[in-house]
Design a binder for this molecule. Structure first.
Ligand SMILES: [Mg+2]
Length: 430
């Protein structure tokens, strides 16, 4: 019997998930952050799940896209891109400014489309895998490793959200080198991580240099990274690189834009990584020919899915540029997707980033776990995850009831609830 794997129904469920008060150069994470859960249901009743950004501009694109998807074979992954091109993007949603929510370079209509496509591509792969009895990594050509290593993602952090809003967490504050080291110890104790990344661009560079030095002293020989999201000038970037050259695995987006990164790269031996100046295929050539980056941090959400992530990895390999993975706030569906694709990429020499340990809430019946800093690659059909419908409904209810303005992520607005004078710092900040 030939099974009917055409898409009969697409369900879109926007949700708000709790997010701790994590600091970055733009401001602070809101108490709740939007995500979109995508479900595709085939005519024979197989359901696949995906996850992507949930801000209004993504939802506006996802809804007409979902309507057009009905009737298409769930295996027609190439067709997703063509379908997406036919959905109009509201030009007022595309600011041409740095994407504040994702801190992932300049917003464009194409990036919006690809971010939406990624959620659907993952859902289609999950459904296809379930229908065929194959894990997603097998649909991507097969895993080349059975575990994927992740790094601890350290943040400067307040103990609570401003005005006591949001959910409480047990991490406490981390606002100086000692606080960062304590946070790193907790990450290591709970999850076994052995590489550490600090989100920087929050305090003057000397304080962040001191934090990395403290980590190096507390965890000798462990890979360390610092990511100020382009907050520094070329000269400041070079100063930090010089002071930390003996302990850094890489410096991530010290300065904003490919020309500035190329200037830094030309004058330091510290490798530079990016998820801000190489965020689309169109940006690859300039960055690679000018030697601006030595490691590209891929993100299947904004590169347009798991297969585009593999393509990016192949290009990086060709040019001798390293590859690893960027992370924005995400849930277990995306962690599973990241793990499947990462398991298929040869030469993954740097632990991937993941915010997941910061997320106390999820929509799965079982949370993915980190052991010795690694996630085991699932061999179950599809992604190997199952939706908890009660949790999904509860987090959707929070989205429906939201009157706190959390349906669009805005870290600067969240900071203004504590500091009414706060404006997004201009770049370079230092
Ligand atoms: Mg980054």
């Amino acid at each position: 019997m030939i099974r009917d794997l055409s898409i009969a129904e697409v369900r879109l469920t926007p949700i708000l998930v709790a997010d701790p008060p994590l600091l970055n150069t733009q401001g602070i994470h809101q108490p709740y952050t939007p995500r979109l859960i995508v479900e595709v249901v085939t005519a024979d009743g197989t359901t696949g799940v995906g996850e992507t950004y949930g801000d209004a501009k993504y939802l506006e694109l996802a809804r007409p896209f979902a309507d057009r998807l009905v009737g298409h074979p769930v295996s027609d992954l190439n067709g997703l891109f063509e379908l997406a091109d036919r959905v109009t993007v509201d030009a007022s949603r595309v600011t041409g400014q740095v994407d504040v929510g994702g801190l992932r370079g300049v917003q464009t209509a194409e990036k919006l489309r690809l971010s939406v496509v990624s959620g659907f591509e993952v859902a289609c792969l999950d459904a296809l895998g379930k229908a065929l009895g194959l894990p997603v990594h097998a649909l991507l050509g097969g895993k080349v490793r059975s575990e994927v290593e992740y790094s601890a993602y350290l943040f400067y952090k307040w103990a609570e959200h401003p005005n006591g809003n949001g959910e409480k967490d047990d991490w406490g504050a981390a606002l100086d080198p000692a606080g960062i080291v304590e946070q790193a110890r907790t990450f290591k104790d709970r999850y076994g991580f052995t590489s550490f990344k600090l989100k920087g661009g929050v305090f003057p560079p000397d304080e962040e240099i001191a934090a990395i030095r403290a980590l190096a002293a507390a965890f000798p020989g462990h890979p360390l990274r610092l990511d100020p999201n382009g907050a520094w000038s070329v000269e400041t970037s070079l100063k930090v690189a010089e002071e930390l050259r003996d302990v850094l695995e890489y410096l991530e987006d010290p300065a904003l834009g490919t020309p500035a990164m190329a200037e830094v790269a030309a004058r330091t031996g510290v490798p530079l990584a990016t998820n801000m100046c190489v965020t689309t295929f169109a940006e690859v050539q300039e960055a690679f020919t000018t030697g601006a980056v030595q490691v590209v941090l891929s993100d299947h959400h904004y590169w347009g899915g798991l297969r585009n992530t593999q393509r990016l990895a192949a290009i990086c390999r060709t040019f001798g540029v390293g590859v690893s993975m960027h992370s924005n706030t995400h849930l277990g569906i995306s962690l599973a997707a990241m793990t499947h694709v990462a398991s298929t990429v040869p030469g993954l020499h740097h632990a991937c980033d993941s915010h997941y340990p910061w997320q106390s809430e999820d929509v799965l019946t079982e949370r993915p776990t980190f052991t010795d800093g690694k996630v085991t690659v699932s061999d179950a059909p599809g992604l190997g995850v199952e939706l908890d419908r009660e949790r999904l409904a509860a987090l959707h209810r929070r989205w429906l009831d939201d009157d706190g303005g959390f349906r669009d992520r805005d870290d600067a607005a969240a900071m203004r609830t504590a500091d009414s004078d706060w404006v997004t710092p201009s770049t370079p900040r230092w």
